[in-house]
Write a protein that binds this ligand. Structure first.
Ligand SMILES: Cc1cc2nc3c(=O)[nH]c(=O)nc-3n(C[C@H](O)[C@H](O)[C@H](O)COP(=O)(O)OP(=O)(O)OC[C@H]3O[C@@H](n4cnc5c(N)ncnc54)[C@H](O)[C@@H]3O)c2cc1C
Length: 312
C-alpha cells in the first residue's frame, strides 16, 4: 500500500453532501480529498429529473446538476479519488482513512456516505426506478397528479408518505404484508379515514412490470394465496433505508435507525469526525438538505482546525 498522503480533511462520499462540503473546504484553502467508491453524484443519479432543488424553476437533469457540483468542488481545489473507505482509525493525532487502494491521513473527516433505500428485490424494480418506481414521496409525488399509485409498507414513514401522496393522486393502494399496521395510531386513523386510500392487507408485491414505464404490478394476498395484476402509474416503496455506516460501526455513535448521531455543528461522538447528508440523523433526506448539512460540516471543520492544537 502507498504511504498515506496528509490532508486537512478527508470527505467520504461524493454525493450532494460530500461535494458541497468539498467546495466549501477547498474554497477555505483546506487540503481536501473526497473519496467516492462509484460515480460522483450519489443517489440522485437514480432518478431522471429533479424539480425541487432551488434555483432551477424548470427542474434539472440530476447528471447535469451533479456534474456542476463536481466541477465547482474541483475548481476550488478539492481532489476527488475513486476509492472506498473501509475503516477509520486514529494514529498520532491524525485520523487515517483506510481505502481499498491506499490510506489517507487527515486532521478531520467528514462522513457523507448517504443511505440506500431498501428495495423489494424484484425483477424490473431497478430498471423502472425513476420510471414509475420511486422510494421518495417528497421527491416524486408531484409527478403523479390524478394518477393511480401504490405505497408498499406499514410503518410510520409509509403511512406518512401515503397521506402526503393523496394530495396529488386520484387513488392510492397501500400494500401491507400483515393484517395490521405497526405505525402510530394517529397515522393509522388518518389513513383509514382517507377516501383516496384503499388498504390491501396481507399483501405483497410479487412482480413489477412495464416496458419503458411502470404499467402494472402483481399483488399476492398471502392469506388467500391469490395473485392478481394491479394497473398502476406509480409505485412508492417505503420499507426503510440503510445508512451506509458499516465501516464506522463502533467508532461513532449511531441511532436506532442506523444514522450517525450529530450535534448542531454536524460533529459526531468522535472529535474531528463530522457527518453530513442522509447518513446523519439531523438531515431530512433531500438534496437541498444534504447540501446544507455538507456546507455546515465543512464550516465546522474549518473552525475545528483553527483550534486544532487544543483538541489533540
Ligand atoms: C430515486 C431517487 C429519487 C430522488 N429524488 C429526489 C428529488 O427529486 N429531490 C431531492 O431533493 N432528493 C431526491 N432524492 C434523495 C436524494 O438523492 C438524497 O437525499 C441525497 O442524494 C443525499 O445526498 P448524500 O450526499 O447525503 O448521499 P448520497 O447521494 O447517497 O451520496 C453518498 C455517496 O457516498 C458514496 N459512498 C458510500 N459509501 C462509501 C464509502 N465507504 N467510500 C466511498 N464512497 C462511499 C456513494 O457511492 C454515494 O455516491 C432521491 C433519491 C432517490 C434514490
Amino acid at each position: 500500500m502507498n504511504p498515506a498522503p496528509d490532508y486537512d480533511v478527508v470527505i467520504i462520499g461524493a454525493g450532494p453532501a460530500g461535494l458541497a462540503a468539498g467546495l466549501y473546504a477547498g474554497r477555505a484553502r483546506l487540503a481536501t480529498v473526497i473519496l467516492e467508491k462509484g460515480l460522483p453524484g450519489g443517489q440522485i443519479l437514480l432518478t431522471d429529473w429533479v424539480e425541487n432543488f432551488p434555483g432551477f424553476p424548470e427542474g434539472i437533469a440530476p447528471l447535469e446538476l451533479m456534474e456542476n457540483f463536481k466541477k465547482q468542488a474541483l475548481k476550488f481545489g478539492a481532489d476527488i479519488e475513486t476509492d472506498e473507505a473501509q475503516a477509520i482509525r486514529k494514529d498520532g493525532g491524525r485520523w487515517v482513512v483506510a481505502g481499498r487502494s491506499r490510506e489517507y491521513r487527515a486532521r478531520a473527516v467528514i462522513i457523507a456516505t448517504g443511505a440506500a433505500y431498501r428495495k423489494l428485490g424484484l425483477a424490473g424494480e431497478e430498471r423502472l426506478t425513476g420510471r414509475g418506481v420511486s422510494y421518495c414521496a417528497t421527491c416524486d409525488g408531484a409527478f403523479f397528479r390524478d394518477q393511480e399509485i401504490a405505497v408498499v409498507g406499514g410503518g410510520d414513514n409509509a403511512l406518512n408518505e401515503a397521506i402526503f401522496l393523496t394530495k396529488f393522486c386520484r387513488k392510492l393502494y397501500l400494500i401491507h404484508r400483515r393484517d395490521r399496521f405497526r405505525a402510530t395510531k394517529i397515522l393509522q386513523e388518518r389513513v383509514l379515514s382517507n377516501a383516496k386510500i384503499e388498504v390491501l392487507w396481507n399483501s405483497v408485491v410479487e412482480a413489477i412490470e412495464g416496458e419503458s414505464h411502470l404499467e402494472r404490478i402483481i399483488v399476492r394476498n398471502v392469506k388467500e394465496n391469490r395473485a392478481y395484476p394491479l394497473r398502476l402509474d406509480g409505485l412508492f416503496v417505503s420499507i426503510g433505508m440503510d445508512p451506509q455506516t458499516g465501516f464506522v460501526k463502533g467508532l461513532v455513535e449511531i441511532n436506532e435507525w442506523g444514522e450517525i448521531k450529530v450535534d448542531q455543528k454536524m460533529g459526531t461522538s468522535q472529535p474531528g469526525i463530522f457527518a453530513a447528508g442522509d447518513v446523519a440523523d439531523a438531515c431530512p433526506k433531500q438534496v437541498a438538505t444534504a447540501v446544507g448539512t455538507g456546507v455546515a460540516a465543512a464550516l465546522a471543520v474549518n473552525d475545528y482546525l483553527l483550534n486544532w492544537g487544543r483538541h489533540t
